[in-house]
Ligand binder design. Structure first.
Ligand code: ZN
Length: 463
């Protein structure tokens, strides 16, 4: 197969694989600026550092767009077993947990399949629900933490106790707020061993009473999306966008999730600025703020740039992409794009699996909901978060060649998407977006989302 971009491909691939720039940037983001969690000094430093780097790479339109939002400050959380014995269990609050004190009995939902929360609603009511991050057996789609929490809330739970599925990883964190606001009930997280211990106690004694105390607070804050453009020479208003969030969780360096993705976006920007001259359409690089507490940066962008989204040809999401060893391109149910991407793999002499699926848990989602053709660099086989969202998601876990590969794939795909004469798909209408979630594999989650939205609307209306 002939490759019309062979000369540029060779420059791009050669440059990326003879440079340590992506790892150098990752080192600064993680070791100098820490978690970059919303509201930290490291977040602001990262925002300034990434802009300075993109300017160094020669990108002409580098800017930071402010995002006002309701931020969250961690307080100390405490979990005490009151009976059958007295013992404290180490724990942390989940971001956007309200401050509260709850004293009641424990309900162990294990890996909790969605239907279990309805079936055991009587048991759950007024009590503390414990659920692990493991996917329930026999359930094909990934059951996100917030769906377990939301189903617990709707069944009347008083608090939520999240347990890591991995031994020796400590507690796993993750935002539990709803639409940039506090969760309806307090939520905390504990390590796998402590969850197993509580489960054993409950089994042997029939009842376990707990006291859970959280001391977190919410306050208005500002975050930023960092954006940079390589302007198109023929149709500058048409945009191909690559993006990843840069905020991690406060208990972690967030090296794999998300910084490995953020530096891969920056690396793609560096090589395209250098070798991708005369792009017919604009290629935009987006580094999103505060994804971890509700996709707030990308949602803010999609809302404030709503009138420009019809010119967005494709958005490629790269959340944590530089940490993945076996990469795939996920297209968010765009079968008409599949032959194109498959052909490009052959043309580049670099094929990765192309998959079709949709999920709601990263920055592609606001664009997908607006009808924009979207996809991402994701793991060929999703098998849980691994170190992600734990204190062990550190720089030493990330391999330079995985960073290079993510940047290399993204840069070469962006080049091709920008140069194509005729883009084979139109944006989805709102009806077509809604229809996407009526299929059997998405229906249950879509129904859950509608229910929890209605629940919060009513609960907040009453306040
Ligand atoms: Zn992420």
């Amino acid at each position: 197969m002939t490759n019309p971009f062979l000369a540029i491909d060779q420059q791009i691939v050669g440059d990326i694989y003879t440079s340590t720039e992506s790892m150098d940037n990752l080192t600064v983001l993680c070791d100098e600026f820490g978690s970059r969690f919303g509201g930290t000094e490291g977040e602001r430093q990262a925002m300034e550092f990434m802009q300075a780097k993109l300017r160094d790479y020669g990108l002409p339109h580098v800017r930071a767009e402010p995002i006002p939002y309701l931020g969250w400050r961690r307080g100390e959380a405490r979990l005490t077993i009151l009976s059958p014995i007295h013992k404290e269990i180490p724990c942390i609050s989940l971001p956007h947990s309200p401050a509260a004190t709850v004293e009641t009995t424990l309900v162990d939902m294990g890996a909790g399949a969605p239907a279990d929360f309805d079936r055991r609603a009587e048991e759950i009511k007024g009590n503390i629900v414990m659920s692990t991050s493991a996917n329930p057996q026999g359930v094909k789609r990934w059951i996100h933490r917030n769906e377990r929490l939301g189903r617990s809330i709707m069944a009347g739970a008083a608090a939520f106790l999240f347990v890591s599925q991995y031994p020796a990883y400590g507690p796993e964190t993750g935002g539990i707020g709803h639409d940039d606001g506090e969760a309806h009930i307090p939520g905390i997280s504990i390590g796998w061993e402590d969850g197993a211990y509580l489960g054993r106690l409950l089994k042997r004694h029939g009842q376990v009473r707990l006291r859970l105390e959280t001391n977190d607070s919410c306050e208005p804050m500002i975050s930023w999306n960092v954006l940079a453009d390589l302007p198109g020479q023929q149709q500058p208003e048409t945009v191909v966008m690559l993006g990843s969030h840069y905020d991690g969780h406060d208990i972690s360096q967030g090296a794999e999730d998300p910084a490995s993705g953020a530096v891969a976006v920056m690396e793609a920007a560096r090589v395209l600025a250098k070798y991708g001259a005369d792009l017919p359409v604009t290629v935009r690089f987006a580094l999103w703020g505060i994804e971890e507490i509700g996709l707030l940066g990308s949602r803010h962008y999609a809302a404030t740039h709503a009138d420009e989204l019809s010119h967005l040809r494709f958005y490629l999401n790269m959340d944590a992409a530089g940490a993945i060893t076996h990469k795939a391109i996920t297209l968010n149910e765009w079968p008409a794009l599949e032959p194109l991407f498959t052909g490009w793999g052959e043309e580049m002499a670099y094929t990765v699996p192309i998959r079709q699926s949709v999920h709601a848990h990263s920055d592609h989602f606001p664009f997908l909901m607006a009808g924009v053709p979207t996809g991402g660099i994701e793991a060929a086989e999703f098998s849980g978060r691994g170190y992600g969202h734990t204190r062990y998601d550190t720089l030493d876990k990330v391999k330079l060649n995985n960073l290079r590969e993510a940047a290399m794939i993204a840069a070469r795909l962006a080049l091709r998407i920008a140069h194509i004469g005729e883009w084979p798909v139109l944006h989805r209408s709102s009806e077509e977006v809604a229809a996407l979630f009526t299929g059997p594999e998405y229906k249950e989650e879509a129904e859950y989302r509608a229910q929890i939205d209605a629940f919060y609307q009513q609960a907040r209306g009453k306040q």
